[in-house]
Design a protein around this ligand. Structure first.
Ligand SMILES: Cc1cc2nc3c(=O)[nH]c(=O)nc-3n(C[C@H](O)[C@H](O)[C@H](O)COP(=O)(O)O)c2cc1C
Length: 420
């Protein structure tokens, strides 16, 4: 099978808005080439440390402690088995979904990330553009490298905004960021509640990654050895906290803004504070980082529209359970009163299908996108979306689900499911 035929075959049945296929031979050939060199997300992860500087890989790939929680997320997802039913479908199913009244092309979104431009300068813009092109949710982080206003021009149809707690002066900055997100047209506000205290990640520290970004000699050597990264930095500038600059001063330097972020972004929202944000934000509100059904219950009681079951991708504390293991109990407690989504450990369409089968309405990925950026630079995010979308279609088709929602009818073996 030649590459172009393979690309067409891989894309067969994909919604028209999905992927990088442009209809021109060049687009197909490009896509086919990527599929052959990087047929899975694992291939992107293997390539990333050789294409991006080593410190960038340690930043994107490392978790809390000895990465135990990252491995637990993966092992728990691997352990979930789906029992297929046959004779139901003869085609790849559509995977588009409705979230908060908007149609998205796949049940996969770009999770909010601080500092993706350490992984690849310009990453925030590349992620936003890929998500807009594919029509999947893109969540800009408070400490991302692009402003809300810039992200809104790149990804007007798919932009969500994630907020960390900035509580000084009665949440003056937090509330202003919400006002800006509203003015820019962000569809969803996502409050991250799972960073009550600051923690460190050993691999990041050992690699010399600091805030503000100030490379030491080994890091400079890494940059010199990665011409693609260096070129992207020359074009897009060095990593910075773009959204916070407005609160430090028009002429504030990168170091001052970083110091402001270190000082002001602090703690996790209390339930009272969440209620105040609920009052201000009239569009859909999502809480990210719920792991206990009682917290899900509190969220629902406050009128929250959505919940992301997440352990922050294993980056906070290694002792946490896998997010997929907490998912069924949260879904059961919420019982349709809010939209339940999940992240932490998603590396394939089979993982997406597992989460859907256990009741998630959508999934998000963080590291998978960073590995794509590390391996392929600006072309990485689109390839990750293509892989996850097409693998999800294949996994759903294979188990006999004709849509993401039908995955819930599948019989699942889930040995690690938490009981509360
Ligand atoms: C480098 C990096 C930075 C992150 N920064 C943030 C952040 O600023 N805000 C946030 O809510 N979550 C952040 N997260 C967590 C992600 O939103 C998401 O929960 C996690 O990456 C999902 O797990 P996965 O990486 O296994 O897909 C970050 C994750 C990574 C890998």
């Amino acid at each position: 099978m030649d590459d172009v035929t393979k690309a067409v075959e891989l894309s067969a049945g994909a919604p028209a808005t999905v992927g990088t296929v442009t209809g021109t031979k060049t687009g197909l050939e490009r896509k086919a080439g990527l599929f052959r060199r990087f047929p899975t997300i694992a291939h992107l992860r293997r390539r990333a440390p050789r294409h991006a500087p080593r410190f960038a890989f340690e930043y994107m790939d490392g978790g809390a402690g000895e990465d135990t929680c990252i491995r637990r997320n993966w092992a728990a997802l691997d352990s979930v088995e789906l029992v297929p039913r046959y004779g139901i479908t003869t085609e790849l199913p559509p995977v588009d979904i409705d979230l908060f009244g908007r149609r998205y092309a796949a049940p996969i979104g770009v999770a909010p990330m601080g500092g993706p431009s350490i992984v690849w300068p310009g990453a925030d813009e590349f992620l936003a553009a890929a998500a807009q092109k594919a029509r999947v949710p893109y969540v800009l982080g408070t400490v991302g490298g692009a402003t809300i206003e810039t992200a809104a021009t790149i990804a007007p149809d798919v932009l969500w905004f994630q907020l960390y707690r900035l509580a000084r002066n009665d949440h003056a900055v937090g509330f202003d960021l919400v006002r800006r997100a509203d003015a820019a047209g962000a569809h969803v506000l996502m409050l991250t509640i799972d960073v009550p205290v600051r923690t460190t990640r050993a691999r990041e520290v050992a690699a010399g990654v600091t805030t503000p970004f100030s490379p030491d000699l080994p890091m400079l050597w890494g940059i010199a050895s990665s011409p693609g990264w260096l070129w992207s930095m020359l074009r897009n500038g060095i990593p910075r906290f773009a959204n916070l600059r407005a609160y430090v001063g028009r002429n504030a330097g990168i170091a001052e803004v970083a110091e402001f972020a270190r000082r002001e972004v602090k703690g996790a929202f209390t339930w009272d504070e969440i209620a105040r944000y609920r009052d201000r934000w009239k569009r859909p509100l999502v809480l990210k980082g719920i792991m206990h059904p009682d917290d899900a219950e509190k969220a629902v009681a406050l009128g929250v529209d959505g919940i992301i079951v997440s352990n922050h991708g294993g980056r906070q504390v290694e002792a946490l359970p896998a997010a997929i293991d907490a998912l069924p109990a949260v879904v059961a407690r919420v019982a349709g009163r809010a939209t339940v989504m999940m992240d932490s450990g998603i590396r394939s369409g089979a993982d997406v299908a597992r989460a859907l089968a256990l009741g998630a309405q959508a999934t998000f990925a963080g590291k998978a996108f960073l590995w794509g950026l590390g391996a392929l630079g600006r072309r990485g995010p689109s390839h990750v979306i293509d892989l996850l979308t097409e693998e999800t279609q294949a996994a759903l088709g294979q188990i006999g689900a004709r849509s993401p929602a039908e995955a819930r009818n599948i019989v699942v073996r889930h040995p690690g499911a938490l009981r509360f």
